[in-house]
Design a protein around this ligand. Structure first.
Ligand SMILES: [Zn+2]
Ligand SMILES: [Zn+2]
Length: 106
């Protein structure tokens, strides 16, 4: 009916198209994240940030806020580990950003 309905429809179409382009593994990971999520924020953090590589907790956030100020760094709220969301390597708070930032990408 209104203009917003039309916008909503095109957003949905975009999402469907994007979803169709994903590989099988990514689709499964997204579907799992949808199933496990208890809220929208939880869903986003499940998609953006995997479980902690140290303790396996999904109670993880990105380091966008101070003192890290780097949204490519994952922070485990359970054990306090830091790791790189790009390469999954463990990081130390005083050794940021991750060394993969300086390595040649493909
Ligand atoms: Zn942890
Ligand atoms: Zn890295």
């Amino acid at each position: 009916m209104g203009k917003s309905d039309k916008n909503q429809k095109s957003i949905n179409n975009h999402a469907t198209e994007m979803f169709a382009m994903l590989d099988h593994e990514t689709k499964n990971a997204l579907l799992t994240a949808f199933e496990k999520a208890t809220s929208f924020d939880d869903l986003i953090s499940n998609i953006m940030i995997g479980p902690c590589p140290s303790c396996g907790s999904t109670n993880t956030i990105d380091g966008e806020e101070p003192p890290i100020n780097d949204n490519t760094v994952g922070i485990c709220l359970s054990c306090g580990s830091l790791w790189c969301l790009e390469c999954n390597r463990r990081l130390e708070a005083d050794k940021l950003p991750c060394s993969c930032w300086y390595e040649d990408s493909e």
